[in-house]
Design a protein around this ligand. Structure first.
Ligand SMILES: *[C@@H]1O[C@H](CO)[C@@H](O)[C@H](O)[C@H]1NC(C)=O
Ligand SMILES: *[C@@H]1O[C@H](CO)[C@@H](O)[C@H](O)[C@H]1NC(C)=O
Ligand SMILES: *[C@@H]1O[C@H](CO)[C@@H](O)[C@H](O)[C@H]1NC(C)=O
Ligand SMILES: *[C@@H]1O[C@H](CO)[C@@H](O)[C@H](O)[C@H]1NC(C)=O
Ligand SMILES: *[C@@H]1O[C@H](CO)[C@@H](O)[C@H](O)[C@H]1NC(C)=O
Ligand SMILES: *[C@@H]1O[C@H](CO)[C@@H](O)[C@H](O)[C@H]1NC(C)=O
Length: 441
């Protein structure tokens, strides 16, 4: 038996090098002489083996069982919406034409694969794939005595993966690797996963730059196309982005910038350079951070990402702190002016009332002196009508002043006092909502 095995290989190589082919009787299709081959040792069974015809040609569909090993996922690109993976693809099927006696299995290398029928599996939605060719084509065929053929390949492929980046960087992406027969539809070839969910290995051990593989599972679906109905094998895996990098790179600095902008509330209103300096510096730093986060991702996809929302919030707070100083400073200067105006108003008021009082008392005195009560009443009345226009003007001005007072801040240092409390409180509240929304919804 052992000798026999070597004999097979020897004969096999002889046949291949000399390109002797044994013509068979099985095929009705006219084919090139060189494409027909009887494998050494199987002459009786494979006489007329035609690699262009699938096993059980015209009969039952061939069952092809797949297993996958993911060797690496080298890049997951948000800008191109794809990932690049190197996989070991193993396909098993039974070809009754290749049954031989004995218990042995033997392996043919890439150059002998050319002489056998192999499935025309392709990767759905792949943009670019290649078979590794160093030092020879990285594929093999193993033949078992019961006719089972194992066909293994090493492929690097770039596959489309549509990503929803609205929760970036707290996002989880679901990517697929789909396999299907290119030509043979469901009546010719049926794909199955050899061991269900265990058919795929290597995903747990992957070390990816930004992601961890959260879970994966396998599916068998049907794909309906114009050329027929095909069985499609799907490997679906979920990638969760590691948010820690972004927390250190963007979230912590922006939060610290917001806190830094609050320092300004503890500095007195009079130190204009200090407070404007803090305000402007924090605003500028926030802008730089925002630009930095933008350049790490392509701006071509116009999603509002979670990170943009956070940076926007931080920018608003920093900008708000700057505006707060503007308001406080303006109101304090307004207050000073109002103080000046207020004292003058009081003086005026006093003067007017004094004048009125004195005039009334003088009239009364006059009336009492003249003892003409009726005429005195008349005089008083005309006197009043004369003064109502002035009085209305005065009241109007008073009301306006009060309205303005209502909107002007009575005590500018209160602005700072409230801000000291309000800004951190609102910021914390917004943070709670932000993280709750993006982590749990
Ligand atoms: C071809 O096959 C038929 C039966 O299918 C058989 O009668 C005939 O002898 C075969 N011819 C050759 C050349 O093997
Ligand atoms: C092939 O068939 C011939 C006769 O039909 C027989 O003598 C020989 O042992 C067979 N070979 C194998 C490997 O079965
Ligand atoms: C096949 O292998 C089994 C166990 O390895 C052995 O018991 C059996 O005898 C073998 N059969 C043949 C035909 O060599
Ligand atoms: C053929 O043999 C191989 C190896 O012994 C085994 O794994 C496979 O299940 C067998 N296939 C069938 C259809 O019996
Ligand atoms: C594979 O895993 C998925 C999800 O965990 C599950 O729904 C499915 O039933 C599993 N399939 C098999 C064949 O175990
Ligand atoms: C594919 O399947 C659909 C529904 O199952 C059926 O209507 C259609 O005829 C099938 N197409 C072919 C080519 O078998």
């Amino acid at each position: 038996m052992y000798c026999n095995f070597h004999h097979w290989i020897f004969v096999c190589l002889c046949i291949l090098t000399s390109r002797i082919c044994i013509q068979g009787n099985q095929s009705n299709i006219e084919t090139n002489r060189n494409d027909k081959l009887s494998l050494p040792g199987f002459e009786n069974l494979t006489a007329g083996y035609n690699k262009f015809l699938r096993p059980n040609f015209g009969g039952e569909p061939v069952q092809i069982a797949l297993t996958l090993d993911i060797a690496s996922i080298s890049s997951i690109s948000e800008s191109n919406m794809d990932y690049t993976a190197t996989i070991y693809l193993r396909q098993r099927w039974t070809d009754q034409r290749l049954v031989f006696e004995g218990n042995k299995s033997f392996t043919l290398d890439a150059r002998l694969v050319e002489f056998l029928w192999v499935p025309d599996t392709y990767i759905v939605e792949s943009k670019k794939s290649f078979l590794h060719e160093v030092t020879v084509g990285n594929r093999l065929i193993r033949l078992f005595s019961n006719g089972t053929v194992l066909y293994a390949l090493r492929i690097t492929t770039t596959v489309t993966c549509n990503m929803d980046l609205s929760k970036y960087p707290m996002d989880t992406q679901t990517c697929k690797l789909q396999l299907e027969s290119w030509g043979y539809d469901g009546s010719d070839v049926e794909f199955t996963w050899l061991r269900g969910n265990d058919s795929v290995r290597g995903l747990e051990n992957l070390r990816l730059a930004q992601y961890t593989v959260q879970r994966y599972f396998t599916l068998v679906t049907k794909s309906q196309q114009e050329t027929g109905n095909y069985t499609r094998l799907v490997l679906q895996f979920e990638l969760r982005r590691n948010v820690l990098y972004f927390i250190l790179e963007t979230y912590v600095p922006s939060t610290f910038l917001v806190i830094l902008s609050w320092v300004s509330f503890w500095i007195s209103l009079d130190s204009v350079p200090a407070r404007t300096c803090i305000g402007v510096t924090t605003v500028l730093s926030m802008t730089t951070l925002m630009i930095g986060s933008r350049t790490s991702l392509p701006s071509t996809n116009c999603f509002i990402k979670a990170i943009d929302v956070y940076l926007g919030i931080c920018f608003s707070f920093v900008f708000g702190a700057l505006l707060e100083y503007a308001v406080a400073h303006y109101s304090s200067s307004q207050k000073m002016a109002a103080k000046d105006r207020g004292t003058s108003k009081e003086v005026e008021e006093v003067n007017i009332t004094n004048i009125i009082n004195s005039s009334i008392s003088s009239f009364k005195r006059k009336i009492s002196f003249a003892t003409i009560e009726i005429s005195g009443d008349n005089v008083n009345y005309s006197d009043l009508t004369m003064k109502t226009s002035d009085k209305f003007k005065f009241i109007f001005r008073d009301k306006m002043g009060r309205i303005v007072d209502y909107f002007t801040i009575q005590n500018p240092s209160n602005v700072d006092r409230y801000s000291k409390l309000l800004f951190p409180l609102v910021f914390m509240l917004v943070n709670v909502f932000y993280w709750a929304y993006y982590l749990y919804f």
